[in-house]
Design a protein around this ligand. Structure first.
Ligand SMILES: NC(=O)c1ccc[n+]([C@@H]2O[C@H](COP(=O)([O-])OP(=O)(O)OC[C@H]3O[C@@H](n4cnc5c(N)ncnc54)[C@H](OP(=O)(O)O)[C@@H]3O)[C@@H](O)[C@H]2O)c1
Length: 246
C-alpha cells in the first residue's frame, strides 16, 4: 500500500511510542490524525512540527477513550479531515500495578477500558471506512499478554484480550481489512519510574542485552501497516528475545 495521501489515526500519540510512530509514518508520506486526551500542548507541538515539514498533513482529534459512546465521533472526526481513513493504530494505554488484594472496580474499568474496550469499539466504528480503503488496524499489545507481569494482573488480562481482539477482528474483517499487533518488551520505562535493579534485571533477561527504542516499535507498525500484505491476525514481538528467556 503506497503511503501518499493515505490517512492513519494513532491514539495517544502526543508522546513516547505514539509520537515516534506518528513521526515515522509521516516521514514516509502518510497523513496523520493525532489523537490525544489530556496532552494538548504535546499534541499541538508535534502537529506543528510535522506540518512545518509538509503542509496540511497532520490533524488533531481529542477524546477520552473511556467515553465509549463518543468513540464513533473520534473515527468520524478522523475520517472527515481528508475524506478517508486507511489505518487505525490502537496505541493509547494505561499501565500500573494492581496487586490482587488491592484491585478495585475502578482499576478494572480503567485498564480494560483503555487497553481493550476502546480498541474494540474504535475498530468497530472504523471498519466501514477501512473496508472502503482496504485498510489496516495495528494494536500495540505487550509481551505480558502471554506471560503475566507480576502484580499487574488487570493490565496483563487487558492486553491478553487485545491479542484475542486482534485475531478475532482478523477473522471478522477479512478479506478487506488486515488486523495485526506489535508486542513490545522493555522499550520506554513507565513514567511512574522503576528502580535501577529492576531495570537491570529486566534487561539481563533479553538475548540482545539492551533496552529497545520507541523507533523499533514504530518500524514494526510501519511494516505491518504498509508492507505485510499477506499478514493478518499476527502478533509481532519486538522484545530483544526477552519472552523466549525462561
Ligand atoms: N513503554 C513500553 O516499554 C511498553 C512496553 C510494552 C507495551 N507498551 C505498549 O505500547 C503502547 C505505548 O506505550 P507508551 O509507554 O508510549 O504509552 P503511555 O505513554 O503510557 O500512554 C500513551 C497515551 O495513552 C493516552 N491515554 C491514556 N488513557 C487514556 C484515555 N482514557 N483516553 C485517551 N487516551 C488515553 C495518554 O494520552 P494523554 O497524554 O493525551 O492523556 C498517553 O499519552 C501502549 O499500548 C503500551 O501498553 C509499551
Amino acid at each position: 500500500m503506497s503511503s501518499s495521501n493515505r490517512v492513519i489515526l494513532i491514539t495517544g500519540a502526543a508522546h513516547r511510542i505514539g509520537a515516534t510512530t506518528a513521526k515515522t509514518l509521516h516521514a514516509v508520506g502518510y497523513n496523520i490524525v493525532l489523537h490525544y486526551r489530556s496532552s494538548s500542548s504535546g499534541a499541538e507541538a508535534l502537529a506543528d512540527e510535522l506540518n512545518s515539514h509538509r503542509e496540511n498533513s497532520v490533524a488533531l482529534v481529542q477524546g477520552d477513550l473511556h467515553l465509549t459512546e463518543r468513540l464513533p465521533q473520534i473515527i468520524e472526526g478522523a475520517h472527515s479531515v481528508w475524506g478517508r481513513l486507511d489505518g487505525l493504530i490502537n496505541n493509547a494505554s494505561t499501565f500500573y500495578p494492581t496487586p490482587l488484594d488491592e484491585i478495585t472496580e475502578a482499576h478494572w474499568d480503567d485498564l480494560i477500558g483503555t487497553n481493550l474496550k476502546a480498541p474494540l469499539f474504535l475498530t468497530k466504528a472504523a471498519a466501514p471506512y477501512l473496508k472502503e480503503s482496504q485498510g489496516s488496524v495495528v494494536s500495540i499489545v505487550d509481551i505480558h499478554a502471554e506471560r503475566p507481569l507480576r502484580e499487574h494482573p488487570v493490565y496483563s488480562i487487558a492486553k491478553a484480550g487485545l491479542v484475542m481482539m486482534t485475531k478475532s477482528m482478523a477473522a471478522e474483517l477479512g478479506p478487506e481489512i488486515r488486523v495485526n499487533a506489535v508486542a513490545p518488551g522493555a522499550i520506554l520505562w513507565p513514567e511512574n519510574d522503576m528502580d535501577d535493579n529492576t531495570k537491570t534485571r529486566i534487561l539481563d533477561r533479553t538475548f540482545l542485552k539492551r533496552q529497545g527504542e520507541a523507533q523499533n516499535i514504530a518500524d514494526a507498525v510501519l511494516f505491518l501497516l504498509r508492507d505485510a500484505h499477506y499478514t493478518t491476525g499476527h502478533i509481532l514481538t519486538v522484545d530483544g528475545g526477552r519472552s523466549l528467556n525462561s
